[in-house]
Design a protein. Structure first.
Length: 129
């Protein structure tokens, strides 16, 4: 069974860690519901809940097999408490960065940053590749 995963940083196509998604299935661009934002952690971003955010975060949807998901959990530092993997609300479909007139809301798994963000630059909706 595969897991639908929303990626927003170095796992995106063209990103430094994209090779970890080799042999997985790309579904296309996606956007979270409002209430989430990104911070720069240096070489990678951290996604956090942001109740006052009205933009959400841009990224990609992938189907990943259990072995890949386990490797990604290690890469993202779940056991070290760096990130946690949990569902996130998404708005679909996204076409050329435009939300459809009547988007359906769905969800996917993603990685939420867990550590202190003091002094970290706020990025907003997009991690540049």
């Amino acid at each position: 069974m595969t897991t639908t995963l929303f990626v927003y940083g170095t796992l995106k196509r063209g990103g430094l860690n994209h090779h970890h998604l080799a042999a997985q299935t790309f579904h296309g661009p996606a956007h979270t519901a409002p209430g989430f934002t990104l911070f720069s952690l240096g070489a990678y971003p951290g996604l956090v809940a942001a109740p006052t955010d009205d933009h959400g975060v841009t990224g990609e949807l992938w189907s990943v097999d259990p072995a890949c998901l386990a490797r990604l959990d290690v890469l993202e530092g779940l056991t070290e408490g760096l990130y946690r993997r949990a569902p996130i609300a998404l708005i679909h479909p996204i076409a050329r960065n435009q939300v459809a007139a009547s988007p359906a809301i769905s969800s996917a798994e993603t990685y939420f940053y867990l550590r202190d963000l003091s002094g970290r630059p706020h990025l907003g909706a997009t991690w540049p590749i």
